[in-house]
Design a protein around this ligand. Sequence first.
Ligand SMILES: O=P(O)(O)OC[C@H]1O[C@H](OP(=O)(O)OP(=O)(O)O)[C@H](O)[C@@H]1O
Ligand SMILES: O=c1cc[nH]c(=O)[nH]1
Ligand SMILES: [Mg+2]
Length: 214
Amino acid sequence: MFVLSDTPSLAHQFLLELRDIHIQKDSMRFRRNLERLGEILAYEISKSLNFNSLPIETPIQASTVLQPSEQPVIISVMRAALPFYHGFLNYFDRADSGFIGAFRDESKEGEIAIELGYHASPSIEERTVILADPMLATGKSIVETVNTLLAHGKPKHLHIASVIAAPEGIQYLKENLNCSFSLWLGAIDEKLNHQSYIVPGLGDAGDLAFGPKL
Ligand SMILES: O=P(O)(O)OC[C@H]1O[C@H](OP(=O)(O)OP(=O)(O)O)[C@H](O)[C@@H]1O
Ligand SMILES: O=c1cc[nH]c(=O)[nH]1
Ligand SMILES: [Mg+2]
């Protein structure tokens, strides 16, 4: 498991701005900070991919450079993942993309049910898949999303990327995902509250990025 906040870096500033109740009111900055963390995690994940040696010619002389031997499929768990996903796409130039709508039904206290909606994805068979969802709270949205993906193929490897995770959600993934995976996180917080929101967290990522939904 890779956690960005384990190391002092600019990522702490972006996390701070996402969490701060005053700064997060600026929805453009909120979206951009999600995107920036997507870019940083894309760079970190890229270090785990396979590379080929490629001959090139500079204006000075022939040389060789490394280039990724494959491009991943990036899955965006809508809505809140859209800006975060864009950060990944900014770095993986020729990645393919998939989109899944996942909505937490929070009407019953202490019980989260996931409603899945729109689903459009390329084949993930034998592909490296990066699943982007900024919030890993109970873990149910990610498990439901991965189950949907696995019904359509088996990835070569699954990377799950989130900005903020609760320990309960990490445990839930370990116990309920039917495939091996690597976890790439911005930060791990303390716990979930009685409404299954991450504490201290940042609030509702989808609403902060796009406004409250009906
Ligand atoms: O780990 P979980 O308990 O499943 O919670 C995490 C989910 O909650 C948020 O989605 P939400 O249902 O709020 O939808 P939205 O993205 O449209 O706001 C977030 O984007 C995750 O998908
Ligand atoms: O804390 C949380 C939990 C789920 N979804 C969010 O946006 N925030
Ligand atoms: Mg939401």
